[in-house]
Design a protein around this ligand. Structure first.
Ligand SMILES: Nc1ncnc2c1ncn2[C@@H]1O[C@H](COP(=O)(O)OP(=O)(O)OP(=O)(O)O)[C@@H](O)[C@H]1O
Ligand SMILES: [Mg+2]
Length: 485
């Protein structure tokens, strides 16, 4: 409907502009032709009148006004066909006229008489003479002591016939041309807008269930094909987001289903018969663990979804990373208790300040250290390093810094754990992604820890990367912009 109206609009504009041009052109043609035809009649009348005047004024003239036709033929061998000639004296009495006037006479207006008395020539059109429109020239002939007036006239019928025919032709051809142009315009607009219709149809077919539809590419690269390309790109992006969302919700429900199944199983088994208070206690304890796990997942999901919609405000203040890590490392040693891991910290003596949210930054480091502990075998070691962007270490200076010349604090959490291959390194920051699901679950993981880390780092305009080798260990590197104000 919309395109149809656009088609109509284009056609109407086209026809309107063409119409204006054709009418202007026709008007110009008609006016020029009519002017030139009238001027040609006037010129002929005037030259005949001038001839008569010159002849009558010549001293050798045998010109008499009694019988004008004969006189003209005799003196100038002229037979002016279709011209009416009439000669009047000063008082307006007719003293001679051509034979074709017979018993009628040419009309003379008061204005022409007045002009003649002043020696001026007058051209007039008279429509009251019988049925024919007449063009009359009135010319004064000054003689010794009197004055005569010569009138020469001819019918305008031919001129008017020609002009009327032209008018008729224009009145038929201009509307016909406009009708043809509007048909042609509609056809062209239809042809030009057809691909747009195709885009609309494809767009109409696309739903969230059916995002694999694409507009077929055209051979010609023009505005419409660019529109189609842009549209296809947009659908691809939508497709990808929809897939991610689907994956995410199916992962989330799966993740919550496992603890629920365990809970249900445990409760069902324990309800089968009456048990001792110790046994109930044991089941309830295990239930509590599963509930704790679910609560953690729900909390993490809530955090991530609020982060996605930009609802989380960072509580930024100037914080010293050295101080935070110096506090945290001994605390996290508790995590490694009973696993015989060696945790060491290499922190600079001076302050490394950033503008950040203290709680979130602690959460970030805790997640990384917790992972290092979880995924390192007994007897391994974990190292937490902090480097100030201001340090003169050649290594630090040589490294490419994210975000141009800005200076960054770099935190490395390195372990001698199980490591991971290159393929997995690309996916560990995805939500719910775990390399070894069973093993990670055993250790209480849901695969959201690194997604949260990534969000925290990005919210602080930093970046997080991983370097790892399967079986040898991993290094998580966080870079956060330094606060230099
Ligand atoms: N230091 C590490 N060494 C080896 N693999 C790791 C390390 N850190 C993370 N991984 C792998 O990346 C996966 C994702 O880590 P992430 O922290 O997001 O989830 P999780 O530790 O399994 O669960 P959560 O942190 O939500 O409790 C882990 O399951 C693990 O397979
Ligand atoms: Mg983790």
């Amino acid at each position: 409907m919309r395109f149809q109206s656009l088609r109509l609009k284009l056609t109407l504009w086209y026809v309107f502009i063409l119409g204006v041009l054709l009418v202007a052109f026709s008007g110009f043609l008609y006016l020029t032709l009519s002017k030139s035809l009238y001027r040609s009649v006037d010129n002929k009348l005037r030259s005949l009148a001038d001839l008569i005047a010159a002849e009558s004024a010549s001293p050798t003239s045998r010109f008499g006004f009694g019988n004008i036709d004969q006189t003209l033929e005799a003196s100038m061998s002229l037979r002016p066909i279709g011209k009416f000639i009439q000669v009047l004296d000063e008082s307006g009495r007719i003293s001679g006229k051509s034979d074709n006037l017979r018993n009628i006479h040419l009309p003379i207006s008061l204005n022409a008489l007045k002009n003649a008395s002043m020696g001026l020539v007058t051209f007039e059109t008279n429509r009251s003479f019988r049925d024919t429109p007449l063009r009359i020239v009135t010319l004064p002939l000054a003689e010794k002591d009197t004055m005569r007036i010569v009138q020469v006239a001819s019918s305008l019928e031919d001129v008017e016939d020609t002009l009327n025919t032209l008018l008729l032709i224009l009145m038929i051809t201009v509307p016909t041309a406009l009708i043809l142009a509007s048909l042609g315009g509609q056809f062209l607009a239809h042809k030009a807008l057809k691909p747009v219709d195709q885009v609309t149809q494809t767009a109409r077919m696309i739903t969230s269930q059916n995002l694999n539809q694409r507009i077929p590419p055209t051979r010609v690269k023009d505005e419409i094909s660019r529109l189609a390309e842009t549209f296809n790109d947009m659908i691809s992006r939508l497709d990808q987001s929809f897939r991610q969302i689907k994956q995410f919700s199916s992962d989330a429900s799966h993740e919550l289903k496992t603890p629920l199944t365990i809970l249900r199983g445990e409760v069902e088994v324990s309800l089968r018969k009456v048990r001792s208070p110790e046994e109930y206690q044991k089941v309830l304890k295990s239930n509590l663990e599963e509930i704790g796990r679910m609560t953690q997942i729900v909390d993490d999901l809530l955090l991530l979804s609020r982060a996605d919609s930009g609802q989380i405000q960072l509580n930024r203040s100037e914080i010293d990373l050295s101080e935070i890590l110096r506090e945290m490392v001994p605390q996290t040693s508790l995590l490694a208790r009973g696993k015989n891991l060696h945790i060491e910290a290499a922190l600079p003596g001076d302050e490394v300040k950033i503008l950040g949210d203290r709680l979130r930054i602690r959460e970030l480091f805790l997640n990384l250290i917790e992972n290092a502990v979880k995924y390192t075998e007994e007897g391994g070691s974990i190292k937490v390093q902090l480097r100030n962007g201001n340090s003169d270490s050649p290594l630090n200076e040589a490294e490419p810094k994210p975000d141009g010349g800005k200076r960054f604090a770099e935190i490395r959490v390195t372990d001698t754990g199980i490591g991971m291959d290159r393929e997995d390194q690309e996916r560990i920051f995805d939500r719910f992604f775990r390399i070894d699901k069973a093993r990670s679950r055993e250790q209480g993981g849901s695969g959201l820890g690194l997604s949260i880390c990534k969000w925290i780092v990005q919210a602080h305009q930093g970046e997080i990367t991983v370097e790892s080798e399967l079986g040898k260990g991993s290094s998580f590197i966080v870079r956060l912009p330094l606060h230099t104000g």
